[in-house]
Structures are given as C-alpha cells and as structure tokens.
Design a protein around this ligand. Structure first.
Ligand code: GMT
Length: 380
C-alpha cells in the first residue's frame, strides 16, 4: 500500500510513534511517504521504501505567522496526486487532520479519492484541542476522518467528553520494538555517571509544565534525604529547564544531577538506569515510561490519564496521585532499598513492556488501513 504519514518531526512521542510505524510498514513492503516540515529525528539514514517530503514554509512580510496548514494542505494534494498515495495517516490532530480533510476535498474535485486516518496522541485533545480557539475545527476533522484512533482508553474517553464526536474511536496503544532495548548494561557508562555505585534515576521529557519536572527534582531530593546514594539523569530540553537548573543550584544538588539534553535515542541511558520517574500532570499514554519498561526499568509515575494502562501499580512500578511527591519518594525507596525486590520489579517491567511490542501492534494498523480503504471505496 502507498501511505502518506503526516507528523511532527520533533522529539515528541507522537513523532516517534509515527516514524517507527512508518519504518516498520516500509520493512513489510509498504511504500511510506513522510510529510512534515523537517526530517523526522529518527529518520536519519537511507531506508528502502521510505520517502520524505518537506513542507517548506517561506516567510512573507505580510504574514506575522506563516499559514503552515495551507502549505501542508498543498503539499498533501501534490504528494497524493503525483506519488499516487492510497491513504493518509495523520498523527496529532492539529493541524494535520483538518489539512488532510481540505486536501481530500481539493483532490475530490479532480476525481481523486483519498481516505485519511487520524491518530489522537494527547495534548491535541487534553490541552490544546479543547481550547475554544481550536475546538470546532478539531471536532469537525475528527468526525470527517475515515477512521480515528486514540493511543489509550483514557484519551478515547477524554475525546468523547470534550468534543461532540459522532463516530467510533478505536484504541491502538503505542508500541516499542522490544529488541531495540536488549542492550547490555554498559559498565563504562555506568561508571562514568555513577562512579561510586550510586543508583541512576532517570527522567526523559520535553520539560514542559505538564511534565511537572519540579516533582522529579523533589522525588530525587527526598531519596537523598532518606540516605540513598543516587544520581539523577535528565534527558530532554524545554521551557522548564532553566527553572530546574536554578532549583538544583538552590538546593545544592548540581553535582548529583546530569543534564544530558535532547537525545535521538534513549536506549543507552535507559540501559544503565535503575528507576524511571514520570510524575506528569496528565499523560495520554507515556511513551517514555513504556521505553523504560522495555529496558527493564521500573517506573514511578502519576496515576493520571493513560499511565495506568501502561504501568501496573505494585508490579512494574508504582502510581501516586499527581503531585504526591512524598508517596513517590516512599515508593521509589521501597523498590531501590532491597536488591531482590529491585530485580523482581525490573523483570516485571520487561514482562509488562513485552505486551506493547511492535509485533503485536503492527497487524492492528495494517487491518485498520485495509478497512479504511474498503469503507472509503464503498462510500464512493
Ligand atoms: O501532547 C504532547 O505532549 C505531545 C505528544 C507528542 O507529540 O509527543 O505527546 C503525547 O503523545 C505521546 C505519544 O502518543 C504520548 O506518549 C504522551 O503521553 C502524550 N503526551 C501527553 O498526553 C501530555
């Protein structure tokens, strides 16, 4: 099948999921066309059956904000027409779903009929999407999509709650390629970051408010106060980083915190991690937590959104109320303070992660594509 994947190319989970899905589909012989404004981060080498179409946004003095959606729409029309695509798959509703709908209508005038699927990822619904300035467009384009999927039951419920959705939403959870995480715990790296045998505690995110990175710091401090020897590895970057750096200076913790910045792959970091922290305000799924599980790292997280669909409380980690740093400290200490228990949680984490292996999820997407094609054709 010839499929166009519309995505954000940055470090966010929706872009990672879309890129990995495209790569996996291409390996199975589908022809995949990625359409976005710059090369997706994980698409950094030549690969068979994969093409990238850049949506080049040029400046014009009249525009204070260049209208990306229109440029994207024109690009979709062009790529569908000349690459003879059979289907578009939009990841993150804003503005991809409405651009796909517009492209669909333009192409219809020329006798070309293209179905499009919208996959809802998170803040397109829970934060940005339900803002009144976006809501009517989101509602319309979800209702007009040939198929709609959400990455968790929680996100599906949120979508029905906040929008007037008149159609079915299928839940297809995010995935990882479990084999990618089979990396030996490299003693060289472990020694570099934990020279005195400290526990390595990790957080990965885009450092936005929703991630509650100040709680990450609070949990870490709480563990040190309990006498645990540990280092904190922070991967990613974003608007909250400055505040975090300030706080770590204020608390005199800078020697114990390693800011690693954004990384294309987090596998090596996770391979040497003992515990992963995700105390978010809301999280439709929590792909970074799933990546931790795949790397055999138990997770301390908030009991919010789709996280309980990924982490089983008391098995692969622990869930606490949002902002309950004290409970998170106690849970983290419980896992790390007993080596047998830590090993058991690590085994459980891997077992939980296995459920989300790409092998199990890819056939669901392929079936969805077939259904979208035949439903769309049947309607013509
Ligand atoms: O909404 C965002 O935070 C961005 C989005 C993304 O593009 O990374 O993240 C969302 O989608 C991810 C992939 O499906 C999920 O793992 C994240 O939980 C989700 N983020 C939130 O819900 C805050």
């Amino acid at each position: 099948m010839k499929i166009g994947i519309v995505l954000y190319p940055t470090f966010g989970g929706s872009g990672v999921v879309a890129t990995e899905l495209g790569i996996a589909l291409a390996k199975k012989g589908h022809e995949i066309h990625f359409i976005t404004y710059s090369q997706p981060v994980r698409l950094d080498k030549l690969r068979e059956n994969i093409y990238f179409h850049e949506v080049a946004v040029s400046d014009y003095p009249l525009f204070e904000h260049t209208p990306y959606e229109q440029v994207l729409t024109s690009k979709l029309v062009d790529v569908v027409k000349y690459e003879k695509l059979e289907l578009l798959h939009c990841h993150y509703a804003i503005p991809h779903a409405s651009a796909a709908y517009m492209a669909q209508q333009i192409l219809k005038e020329e006798g070309i009929h293209i179905p499009f699927i919208t996959t809802l990822h998170g803040t397109d619904i829970t934060l940005v999407g339900k803002d009144p300035s976006f809501e009517p467009v989101i509602t319309f384009s979800i209702n007009k999509s040939t198929k709609v999927t959400a990455v968790s039951e929680s996100l599906k419920a949120d979508t029905y709650e906040h929008f007037k959705i008149t159609r079915e939403i299928q839940v297809i959870p995010n995935f990882i390629r479990i084999g990618d995480y089979e990396m030996p715990n490299n003693p060289k790296y472990k020694l570099r970051y934990a020279p005195n045998g400290e526990f390595l505690i990790t957080h990965i995110s885009n450092f936005r408010k929703v991630k509650r990175v100040h709680d990450v710091l609070g949990i870490f401090k709480g563990l040190l106060d309990k006498g645990l020897k540990a280092k904190l590895m922070l991967v990613g970057d974003g608007p909250e980083r400055n505040k975090l750096e300030k706080k770590c200076r204020e608390w005199g913790l800078c020697d114990s915190i390693i800011f690693l910045g954004s990384m294309k792959s987090t596998v090596e970091v996770l391979a040497i991690s003992d515990l992963f922290l995700l105390p978010s305000e809301t999280e439709s799924f929590g792909l970074s937590a799933l990546e931790a599980l795949a790397a055999k790292v138990p997770v301390i997280a908030s009991n919010t959104g789709g996280i309980p669909e990924v982490i089983t409380h008391g098995f692969s980690g622990f869930l606490s109320n949002v902002g309950d740093v004290e409970d998170m400290v106690n849970n983290a200490f419980y896992i790390l303070s007993d080596s047998e228990r830590k090993i058991q949680f690590s085994k459980n984490a891997f077992e939980e992660g296995l459920k989300f292996d790409l092998e199990n999820i890819l056939p669901i997407y392929e079936k969805l594509y077939e259904e979208a094609l035949s439903e769309h054709l049947a309607k013509l």
